[in-house]
Design a protein around this ligand. Structure first.
Ligand code: T5A
Length: 209
């Protein structure tokens, strides 16, 4: 199983991904936890390039190509081998983030993203994607409270994140088979109950008891 966790900043993706990884490990499923951009030594270097503040303007196409460069390395050297070894892969963000941030946020044409997606991924897609949704103010407030500095994306204005959120919701509603949308404004324990229900459904669907 290849399961991806998506949403705007501060919705709790990382927190819930770790929780699910532990829950799966507890029932004897081998799990690989990874993230994008990143997940490989080279990908993590590209991540640093993407997230660091800089004085020069970053062209949307540069950002897009770097996301896909890191992804090509990640899929080829980490994700596919792990799946081939029967591990479940839980990934903090994947290609939907590109549609949401570079497409919705930066205004890169969807057709261009689709072309790169097809070049880099072929028909490879996550089996399930969990979209954590909160109003932008709540996500950004949580990031602020966590207080470990702001990366280049977190410096963006509210309307950027509003567009990102709307794009995520739009994509998710187009494919209810792959996406589950969780209301992440709820307290942690309630979000985890929703996640637990989804995990049980996935396990049942794939014959794991
Ligand atoms: N990006 C990425 C693109 O533009 N295109 C792409 O293709 C890809 C792959 C880095 C950036 O890269 C961009 C998007 C991003 O801007 P990142 O570091 O993975 O990506 O993303 P962030 O969203 O910045 O990660 P965060 O760590 O900020 O957010 P999380 O993981 O959603 O949130 P988390 O789990 O760290 O939680 C934040 C805080 O909220 C609390 C947690 O305890 C924590 O303190 N919290 C809750 N509190 C109360 N109630 C709840 N329900 C809570 N859930 C979490």
């Amino acid at each position: 199983m290849f399961i991806t966790f998506e949403g705007i900043e501060g919705v709790g993706k990382t927190t819930h991904l770790k929780w699910m990884a532990t829950a799966l490990t507890d029932v004897g499923i081998p799990v690989l936890v990874t993230r994008e951009p990143g997940g490989t030594p080279m990908g993590e270097e590209i991540r640093d390039i993407l997230l660091v503040h800089r004085h020069e303007r970053v062209a949307p196409l540069t950002e897009l190509l770097l996301m896909f460069a890191a992804r090509a390395q990640h899929v080829d050297t980490v994700i596919r081998p792990a799946l081939a070894a029967d591990r479940w892969v839980l990934c903090d963000r994947f290609v939907d983030a590109t549609y949401a941030y570079q497409g919705g946020g930066r205004g890169v044409p969807e057709g261009l993203i689709r072309e790169l997606e097809s070049l880099v991924l072929g028909s490879f897609r996550p089996d399930h994607t969990i979209l954590f949704d909160t109003p932008v103010e709540i996500g950004l407030q949580r990031v602020k409270e966590r207080n470990n500095g702001h990366d280049r994306f977190e410096q963006e204005k509210m309307d950027f994140f509003e567009r990102v959120r709307m794009e995520y919701l739009r994509i998710a509603r187009l494919d209810p088979e792959r996406y589950e949308i969780i209301d992440a404004t709820k307290p942690l324990v309630e979000v985890q109950q929703s996640l637990s229900r989804i995990m049980t459904e996935i396990l049942e669907k794939h014959g794991v008891h």
